[in-house]
Every structure is written in C-alpha cells, then in structure tokens.
Design a protein around this ligand. Structure first.
Ligand SMILES: NC(=O)c1ccc[n+]([C@@H]2O[C@H](COP(=O)([O-])OP(=O)(O)OC[C@H]3O[C@@H](n4cnc5c(N)ncnc54)[C@H](O)[C@@H]3O)[C@@H](O)[C@H]2O)c1
Ligand SMILES: [Zn+2]
Ligand SMILES: [Zn+2]
Length: 389
C-alpha cells in the first residue's frame, strides 16, 4: 500500500510499504477514506519529537471502512464506516475505566522509555514516535486499529467524511480545551492560536456558553475565520496582547485562557521568546513556552489556564509565582478522545456544529509531502489539509 513516511526533519515521503495485518484478536483493518494533517504532525515534521525512526508511517486523524475484523472486535463488521481516535486505549485498565483514555496504562508497549522522560507513560498514539508505542499511523491506504472494540465510532448514515473526520482529534481537543474552562454565563475566554485546534476551541467555547472569546494569532486568514465564528481577534505581531486584554476586561483579566499553540510558539521579539529560541537551537531547552507565560499573565485571579498545545519536555521560566499567588487552576491533557465521542457525534448530527469549516486543502497521499510544507509554512491560506488515499 501507499503511506506517508517520516525520514527526518522536513522529509515526509509517499512510499510503498507492506499492508498492515491483524496482529491481535481485538484488531480491525480499515481502508482509509479520509485522513488529515494535524498541528501535532508538524512537531514531527520539524524534527522536535524524539524517538522517530526513518520510515515510520505518520498520521493520527483517520477514518475509513472496516475491511478485516479480528475475532474479538465483536462490535464491528466488514463495511462499517468508522472514525478512529488518535489515542489507543484498552478500555479495561485503571485509567480507561475512569474515562482517562489517553492515560491508558496498557497501550504503550514502550512505556519504560516514556517513564524515563515523564515519570509515567501515557497511552500509545497512532503514528507518533516509538516513545508513544511505535504504532503505524493513518496517513496511508490501510490502518491497523488495535482495541477496535473500544476506539472507533461508527458514522451514522447521511454524514460526509468531512463532517466527522475531526472527531478523531481536533474537535474533541478544542472542545476539551473549552470544557476545562468551566464556562459560566458572562465569561470571557481567550484562545491563543487560531490553527485548526484553536478554531475548534473558539466554536466550543461559544457552544458551552461563553459571552466573549478573544482569539490571538497573526495569520490574517486564521484571524478572519476566528472572527467569523464570533471572536474578537488580536494580532500578536501588531498589538501588545496583555495590554489589549487588560483593556477588554477592565483590567481584571480573562476568566480562562486556552493555549492552543504549544511548544513551537512564535515570539514577538520579546526577551523571553528570544531566550527560548537560543536555548532550543543550542539543545539547552526543549520547548518555547512563550504563549503559556503570556496566558498565565492574562488570566484573572482564580481563573483557569487550559493547555492543549503540546509540550515535550522541561519548560523554562514559567511564572509560577503569578499562578500560585493568584490562585490559578491549570488543566491540560492529550485528549481522552473516546470520552467525548458520543456527545460530539450527537452535536454534529443535530447540526450544532459542522467541523468541516476549517478545511482549505484536499489532496491525495501523493500530494501529502507538498501539503505538509504548505500547512507548516501557512502558504496559500492553508488552515487544514484533508487527504483522500
Ligand atoms: N492536546 C491534544 O490532545 C492535542 C491534539 C491536537 C493538537 N494538539 C496541539 O495543539 C496545537 C495546535 O494545533 P493546530 O493543529 O491548531 O496547529 P497549527 O500549527 O496549525 O496552529 C498553531 C497556531 O498558533 C499560532 N501561533 C504561533 N505563535 C503564537 C503566539 N505567540 N500567539 C498566538 N498564536 C500563535 C500560529 O500562527 C498557528 O496559527 C499543537 O501544539 C498541537 O500539537 C494537541
Ligand atoms: Zn493531532
Ligand atoms: Zn487502558
């Protein structure tokens, strides 16, 4: 089959690789009908995710048709159309039973490596390094889905791939980000990053009752899309974000902040972001947490900082003094996707949201390598790429 494979920084190729096979009774194989490129894939593309091996198949936002079923995946049959969560979860362990599917303690066969870095291992993920299980990803013609009796959700008739594909990741992620904010009537929520995840967070914050959403980015078409969803938009290259948020909240700060940017934040030439750049470039630091610092400063006393942008390692100069003295709550996670799926499928079926509004580019797997670059460099007004194998 054809698949997108990683070969080093900025080097994704469309290659022929062996077809996946059933390896466990609970596996199914799906024929991929649509898959997408995520902002998290860009961390792989940029070479900042450790433990990737040359030839690894990437991709974790995938849906398709079931073509082979293991004897233990009793809920699915050949021909079912399913969306596959990016988190691989057994459904039976301590964490899965409590709904913390992205904390599954059984699905990462390489958990010892993750424990060395993080103390404990999270769940295995599709196409996201050997540190997180070494599973082949779904930017491919076929995908092996482990624990298929737990993960995939069946698609009701009448919905297009585009309407449901993002249930695999960015819609639950944006929704969780807003959910973490515990939104009350009258609340103002600030969202850093108007990429696909930020866009989903903005829509979700309104769905959950926010009165105002302030969206921060610098890419004009992304700010325009945020504005279309009803957000007040701020350009971090043109405006002082802290001052503007102070003005908009009568000096109190926002009720909650969402960091939908993560470790590769762009700076504004500010001192902290210059130091981040030098440290990461010289291997003295792992992340560039400029947005997280700013989000902390802009959140009101006893407010919440909700983090869904991904960080990898040890963050520098986080203003914990501001957080502890002012009673901030931090919430963050790789999304336990399965937990949100029935609820969010229902919202799509009812027409409360159509997540396809972020799609700007569609191509084949062969177009994949070019579209990775287009998405990373935000060329051609690219916001979200869908590939049709
Ligand atoms: N927690 C999870 O489970 C989960 C799931 C999916 C994605 N993610 C993470 O969410 C983040 C966003 O993903 P995406 O697909 O939207 O990616 P993206 O790269 O398309 O979007 C990031 C956006 O942040 C903007 N940005 C950069 N610096 C900024 C700054 N200083 N202030 C404000 N905005 C800034 C960029 O211009 C860009 O539009 C990534 O870190 C990704 O890894 C997390
Ligand atoms: Zn993702
Ligand atoms: Zn589990």
């Amino acid at each position: 089959m054809k698949a997108l494979t990683w070969h080093g920084k900025s080097d994704i190729r469309c290659e022929s690789v062996p077809d996946p096979k059933i390896e466990d009774t609970r596996d199914v194989i799906i024929k991929v009908t649509s898959c997408a490129i995520c902002g998290s894939d860009l961390h792989i593309y940029d070479g900042v995710i450790p433990d990737m091996h040359s030839g690894d198949i990437v991709g974790h936002e995938t849906m398709g048709e079931v073509v082979e079923v293991g004897s233990g995946a009793t809920n699915l049959k050949i021909g079912d159309r399913v969306v596959v969560p990016f988190t691989i979860s057994c459904g039976e362990c301590f964490f899965c039973k409590r709904g913390f599917f992205s904390g599954c303690e059984r699905s990462n066969p390489n958990k010892a490596r993750a424990e060395k870095l993080w103390g404990h291992s999270p769940a295995g993920l599709f196409g996201y390094s050997h540190l997180l299980g070494g599973y082949s990803g779904g930017q491919a013609e076929y995908l092996r889905v482990p624990y298929a009796d737990v993960g995939p959700i069946k698609v009701p008739d009448g919905l297009s791939d585009e309407q449901v594909l993002f249930l695999s990741d960015i819609f639950p992620t944006g929704y969780m980000a807003a959910d973490f904010c515990d939104i009350k009537p009258g609340d103002t929520i600030a969202v850093w990053g108007c990429g696909p995840v930020g866009q989903m967070a903005i829509k979700s914050a309104f769905l959950l009752g926010a009165e105002r959403v302030i969206a921060v980015d610098t890419v004009p078409e992304r700010l325009a899309l945020a504005q279309k969803s009803g957000a007040i938009t701020l350009d971090f290259m043109d405006e002082d974000i802290y001052d503007r948020i102070q003005d908009l909240t009568n000096g109190r700060g926002v009720d909650a902040s969402i960091d939908a940017v993560g470790s590769e934040a762009h700076g504004t030439g500010s001192f902290d972001s210059l130091i981040d750049r030098v440290k990461v470039a010289t291997f003295m630091g792992t992340d560039r947490p400029h947005v997280l610092r700013q989000a902390i400063h802009c959140t009101r006393n006893f407010g919440t900082v909700s983090i869904v942008g991904v960080y990898g390692g040890f963050l520098d100069k986080i203003p914990m003094g501001s957080a502890i003295n002012r009673g901030l709550t931090f919430r963050m996670a790789q999304t336990p996707v399965q937990r949100y799926l029935p609820l969010l499928m229902d919202r799509i079926v009812k027409g409360e949201i159509d997540p396809s509004f972020v799609i700007t580019h569609t191509g084949t797997l062969e177009d994949g390598p070019d579209l990775y670059k287009t998405f990373r460099d935000k060329q051609d007004s690219c916001i979200k790429v869908v590939l049709k194998p």
